[in-house]
Design a protein around this ligand. Structure first.
Ligand SMILES: [Zn+2]
Length: 325
């Protein structure tokens, strides 16, 4: 059973909208685009893995996707997929990387060669091992029964090839299509039932309660200032900026498309990229609107929670990491 379904992370949503509002002429465009493509590929890899997870027995395999928990020293750890069975736990660290991959785990490096270019990154085996240690500590802190806790690096790209791999690498790294074989052999290895339905219920409740999505802004990560982000309402049809408002409708001068609701997408972009709250003045500036009464009408029609007095009134766009628009 899927107990936490896969969703696009808040960080990836922010990256997507940042790219839509960043000029190609911006000196950081390339850096931003690489960051976006990396996270988008990661998400696509995770979705490719979900297909193979769907072959597992849903009554015995309990799946948590994209969880981020805090260990006892306050350090967060993120797990792409956690499988909980009556016999063992399995952490999947999913990598969607193309090219020749050399897991140089003794040096804690993954060396990737693709199109004559060489990249070095942290070894995913080490990453998964660290997640295992942190999850182990978290589970024992919360008094869950001791049960075998395994980890596996999953390669979710058919155009990846392992090179110079030794026995240890083959043991710890699998292709996504191999997941059912992997779980079969783990079922044979660990046949004693440890986890009860009661344990599972408590674990599910606790994971969903303690799961804390990353709220970091890519703008801060990439040192992009809010003024570098394109203002205005984007045309939903041709994607150009900005639409002009007249008679309660947004109109695109490029493709003649009109929309009564296009500003809602822009407000969502504001929430994702600029801030959790907005004032009437900030909304006018971001939507490139002149009228404060139109801005007030737009804000009051959404029933956002309000803080501050009339003059300093602010409207809440994000609450508890959830978008209200
Ligand atoms: Zn248009």
């Amino acid at each position: 059973m899927i107990l936490k379904k896969r969703e696009k992370s808040l960080y990836l949503l922010k990256l997507e909208r940042m790219m839509a509002r960043l000029s190609e002429k911006n000196p950081k465009y390339r850096l931003a685009s690489n960051e976006f493509l990396k996270h988008q590929a990661g998400y696509r890899g995770e979705m490719a893995v979900d297909y193979y997870l769907s072959f597992l027995s849903m009554s015995e395999y309990h799946i948590f996707n994209g969880i981020r928990l805090k260990d006892s020293l306050g350090r967060f750890f993120q797990i792409d997929t956690l499988l909980v069975t009556p016999w063992y736990y399995l952490i999947l660290e999913i990598k969607n990387i193309i090219g020749d991959l050399e897991f140089s785990y003794k040096q804690n490096q993954l060396i990737r060669t693709y199109e004559d270019k060489l990249d070095r990154m942290e070894c995913p085996i080490t990453q998964a091992k660290r997640q295992r240690a942190q999850l182990h500590n978290w589970l024992s802190k919360h008094n869950f029964p001791a049960m075998p806790l395994e980890y596996q690096v999953i390669i979710a790209n058919n155009h990846a090839r392992l090179i110079n791999a030794d026995k240890y690498v083959y043991e710890k790294v699998s292709r996504h299509s191999n997941i059912p074989n992997l779980t079969n052999s783990l079922e044979k290895k660990y046949s004693g039932k440890v986890f009860t339905d009661k344990d599972l219920k408590r674990l599910t409740k606790l994971i969903l309660k303690k799961d804390t999505p990353l709220t970091t802004s890519p703008l801060i990560q990439l040192k992009i200032e809010p003024f570098e982000i394109e203002k205005g309402v984007q045309c939903p049809s041709c994607k150009r900026f900005p639409m002009k408002r007249s008679h309660k409708v947004w109109f695109c001068a490029f493709c003649q498309f009109s929309s009564a609701t296009a500003h809602l997408h822009a407000m969502r972009d504001y929430a994702l990229l600029i801030g959790d709250t907005i004032s009437n003045k900030e909304l006018r500036y971001f939507l490139q609107l002149n009228s404060s009464s139109v801005a007030a009408k737009i804000l009051s029609s959404q029933n956002f929670p309000i803080s501050g007095t009339t003059r300093n009134r602010r409207y809440l766009l994000i609450k508890n990491n959830k978008l209200l628009i």
